[in-house]
Design a protein around this ligand. Structure first.
Ligand SMILES: C=C(O[C@@H]1C=C(C(=O)O)C=C[C@H]1O)C(=O)O
Length: 361
């Protein structure tokens, strides 16, 4: 793995939520491949802007290893952040413009974000190892292509998981700080904001998926934060993956409602390019071998392996770009009519804590 990094070759190393297995996908040359229709096999890395084509790493070698990270201390991010109120006025002004657009009736929700740069002296693989220890329930990754750059993150959000024809997705929105409580209390703003995402996803899947099931909404922990989450599942009708991914991305969890108008607002008003932040990434059409039975006494079945086709894509959140010893972090939040600009700023500060802890601890 480290040799691959030294040779400047493309790779993705990742661990899925609640798993111990770390997997590395290594590409043996520097060709920049793109996904055309999601029938390809490999590791996909897609930008926020759905008009640009996703990058595909071809899995020329795949390494797998069980990795049990050690315990990590629980640093207090307020003492770690050297950034104070940098960029506060600009972000609050952007949020105010978003609220005005909603009040005019042009948008219902828009997710607005900012980026921040910090000095980072740790090695990328050390940062990745720390992510594994700190965020066991997140999709943790380090991704590199010499023609694109290096990204690292710990995503709390599943975009899409497909095993053969069985589909799972999630609707995540609403944020508050974790203060040790078991059951956080949610306000009307967060409940409504998350409900919009659930509605959008279920409607987007209509005519594409049967047996749609929507779970109750519950609080989900993501490091020092709580979010509201709903699980959605169903069976894909006789169709390819591409129309399903296109219908989902970008969801109102990272873009807004209506989708096209909020995306236009983001591209025109956030004065930077999100690139791969709020895009998606993960395994595309991986052939996975599964035993028919986990019961060791069932010899006949244990010997009989099934191969299934697996795709698991996560939304690229709580992520950063690494360039030498500069780390660029990306953070945002959903704006609705009920948003308070000061609180929205604070939410981005709290979200930046996910990676700042790993950089400065
Ligand atoms: C946009 C981000 O997060 C998204 C926005 C959320 C919100 O508005 O409350 C919560 C989870 C994510 O869906 C981010 O982390 O940068």
């Amino acid at each position: 793995m480290e040799t691959h990094l030294l040779q400047n070759l493309p790779f993705a190393v990742y661990r899925k939520p609640n798993e111990d297995k770390v997997r590395a996908i290594l590409q043996n040359d520097t060709t920049l491949h793109h996904c055309v229709d999601f029938s390809e096999k490999g590791f996909v890395f897609a930008p926020f802007n759905a008009a640009s084509s996703p990058i595909l790493l071809q899995p020329e070698s795949v390494l797998e290893e069980d990795y049990l990270p050690g315990k990590v201390s629980n640093a207090n991010v307020e003492n770690l952040s050297p950034l104070g109120e940098n960029g506060k006025e600009i972000h609050m002004d952007l949020v105010i413009r978003g609220i005005k657009e909603i009040e005019k009736g042009n948008l219902k929700k828009v997710v607005l974000s900012r980026k921040l740069e910090v000095k980072c002296d740790k090695l990328p693989m050390d940062l990745f190892r720390e992510l594994l220890g700190r965020y066991p329930t997140a999709f943790c990754y380090l991704w590199y292509h010499p023609k694109v750059g290096m990204w690292l993150g710990a995503s709390p959000e599943l975009l899409l998981s497909v095993r053969n024809k069985q589909l799972y997705t999630s609707s995540i929105a609403g944020t508050q700080v974790f203060n040790g409580e078991e059951n956080p209390i949610w306000g009307k703003k967060e409940l409504e904001e998350q409900d919009m995402v659930t509605h959008y996803i279920t409607e987007a899947l209509e005519n594409k998926v049967t047996d749609v099931r929507v779970s109750g909404t519950k609080s989900v922990r993501a490091g020092n934060l709580w979010h509201l989450g709903t699980n959605i599942s169903g069976r894909i009708k006789d169709m390819a993956l591409s129309p399903i991914i296109k219908a989902l991305h970008p969801t109102p969890a990272v873009c807004g409602l209506p989708q096209k108008l909020s995306q236009k607002f983001i591209l025109e008003h956030e004065n930077y390019d999100r690139e791969f932040y709020t895009g998606f990434l993960g395994e595309l059409n991986r052939k996975e071998q599964v035993g028919r039975s986990d019961n060791p006494r069932n010899q006949e079945n244990a010997a009989y392996k099934l191969v299934r086709n697996t795709t698991q894509l996560f939304v690229n959140l709580r992520c950063m770009q690494i360039d030498g010893n500069t780390a660029t972090l990306y953070v945002g939040g959903g704006i609705t009519r009920a948003s308070d600009p000061e609180k929205e700023w604070q939410e981005t500060v709290e979200k930046s804590g996910t990676l700042l802890k790993v950089i400065f601890d």
